[in-house]
Ligand binder design. Structure first.
Ligand SMILES: Cc1cc2nc3c(=O)[nH]c(=O)nc-3n(C[C@H](O)[C@H](O)[C@H](O)COP(=O)(O)O)c2cc1C
Length: 372
């Protein structure tokens, strides 16, 4: 809902080339509710109130700029300052101006510097094409690394950054239930490796006989070769017994620690570091070895270090253990396992299918982020 009140109205006329252009300009107050808040309710009118200058010419083009906004800075995003740029057609009947095809662009820009207005509101918050490419490239080129570790030291600034990325992960009720046990001593690594050896042998027996030999030959850890190992834990008591968001699903705290692991994994890839997750360990033995107290769960044991190479595809895929599933078979509509329910769903699936085929055949291409 948008209403624009124009007050103090001025008409000026000035020569441009060989003809004259009529220009109206003035001040406006803009009030609108053009979106829902994060809880899904309507924004209060005052949240969308601002003042600014407008200008219109005789060709029926109208534009306005809101140099400032009256709403207080948002609590959860205090850095978010906004600049509004409007472009619209208009018609004038008597003294009333009717705004046609109103489009509003919110340019989020701390500095309020002039930027070209863009037509899609979502673009205001979106990263540049280059940054989005870097982001997706990180995701699609991340690998679980086991056998390609180099002994090179990880500089402390790099280690600090990737740990920070992990710590800034989301967590249920903002619990931040994680600890990061950094292991660099050869002795501790050897002890963990012994735990792996034992669990690995036990695991082989769990597979059907025809798969056991293949399993035994898979390289599934890089504990000794990698310069740094990190055990990421989850302290279930970190925020007391009742935690916002964990009231009905107690595993949410462990899921939060997994989010930290994923942040660490992606940040490491961006830094050129390989990361391998080792889960073939008896958790009780690992807890004992690392002196992890009662109520704290070892969530992930990871190996970290520079690598000789990153493979294009998961090693388990290359070894023929399992293939990447087609995403279209995993996207359901309105209920688990339910197929596409209309043309829009079909179109989405067709797009997903094309995107995945391209990824699988050509690998990640920078054009991924632009509409094709
Ligand atoms: C929770 C979890 C546990 C994993 N545990 C192991 C492991 O014990 N040993 C191993 O070699 N890889 C482990 N992986 C890595 C997966 O095998 C790997 O992510 C998968 O094969 C896909 O390959 P990619 O990560 O290179 O894309 C684990 C991954 C996850 C998410």
């Amino acid at each position: 809902m948008i209403s624009i009140r124009l007050y103090f109205f001025q008409v000026s006329c000035f020569p441009l080339a060989s003809y004259q252009v009529l220009v109206w300009s003035g001040r406006f107050i803009w009030r609108g509710r053009n979106g829902n808040n994060r809880e899904g309710g309507e924004n209060p009118p005052r949240a969308q109130r601002c003042e600014g200058d407008w200008q219109a010419n005789a060709t029926g083009e109208f534009s306005g700029k809101g140099p400032d906004q009256e709403e207080p800075e948002s609590e959860d995003r205090p850095e978010r300052r906004q600049k509004h740029v409007w472009k619209a057609g208009f018609s004038i009947k008597g003294t009333d101006m009717e705004i046609l095809n109103n489009s509003t662009t919110v340019v989020a820009d701390k500095s309020f510097s002039d930027r070209d207005s863009q037509d899609i509101a979502g673009e205001a918050h979106r990263f540049s094409d280059g940054d989005r490419n870097a982001f997706y490239q990180t995701i699609f080129s991340r690998r679980d690394v086991r056998g390609q570790f180099l002994p090179d030291n990880i500089p402390e600034d790099v280690l600090s950054r990737v740990l920070m990325a992990a710590h800034y992960a989301p967590s249920v009720g903002f619990m931040q239930p994680w600890n990061f046990v950094v292991i660099q001593s050869k002795e501790t690594k050897q002890q963990v490796h012994q735990l792996f050896d034992k669990a690995h042998q036990e695991a082989a027996e769990m597979f059907p006989p025809e798969k056991r030999e293949i399993y035994r030959n898979l390289k599934l850890e890089g504990i000794l070769e990698s310069p740094v190992n990190i055990c990421i834990t989850c302290d279930k008591q970190r925020a007391g017994p009742v935690v916002v968001g964990r009231t009905h699903i107690p595993e949410m705290d462990v899921y939060s620690s997994v989010c930290a692991v994923q942040n660490l994994w992606l940040a490491s890839r961006a830094e050129g570091l390989g990361l391998g997750w080792v889960s073939i360990l008896n958790p009780r033995s690992l807890k004992e070895l690392l002196e992890i107290p009662e109520g704290v769960v070892p969530v992930a044991y990871i190996c970290l270090g520079y690598v000789s190479r990153f493979f294009d595809k998961p090693e388990l895929q290359t070894a023929g253990w399992r293939q990447r599933l087609p995403l279209v078979e995993l996207v359901n509509f309105e209920g688990y396992g339910k197929p596409a329910g209309g043309e829009a769903d079909d179109q989405l699936l067709a797009r997903i299918s094309r995107d995945q085929q391209e990824l699988e055949t050509k690998g990640y291409q920078p054009g991924f982020v632009t509409a094709r």
